[in-house]
Design a protein around this ligand. Structure first.
Ligand code: AMP
Ligand code: ZN
Length: 106
């Protein structure tokens, strides 16, 4: 998706400091943090919304949750929230799925 900001971040066309990267996803800080810690877990595959998940994509989503858990542990967070906004009516602004990890700690 050439006009997708998160594809551009994943492809390193927009320089962004990754806290984590593997073959499936990247993790970077939200540019407009809504909490003391606010990270985004973004898959490398362009999937517009959770409502667009296809057969097999559950592996990607499961991996994202696992990596969110891992980075929270690494940062010493003992409590946090994980959230997907789904669709315009669900508050989604960027149509490339991403998992928000927010915490009052950090
Ligand atoms: P959502 O409303 O769930 O689509 O969330 C999109 C999130 O992406 C918002 O919290 C934005 O602050 C964040 N965001 C937008 N552009 C960037 C960027 N270039 N780098 C990091 N986070 C971004
Ligand atoms: Zn994309």
């Amino acid at each position: 998706m050439s006009d997708c900001i998160f594809c551009k971040i994943v492809d390193k066309e927009i320089p962004t400091e990754f806290l984590y990267e593997d073959e499936t996803c990247v993790i970077f800080p939200d540019i407009n943090p809504a909490a003391k810690t606010h990270l985004l877990v973004v898959p490398k595959k362009h999937i517009p919304t959770i409502a667009d998940l296809e057969e097999g994509d559950e592996k990607i989503v499961g991996h994202m949750v696992k990596k969110a858990k891992d980075i929270a542990k690494e940062k010493g967070l003992t409590g946090y929230k994980l959230q997907f906004n789904v669709g315009k009516d669900g508050g989604q602004e960027i149509f490339h799925i991403h998992l928000h990890l927010t915490s009052t700690q950090g």
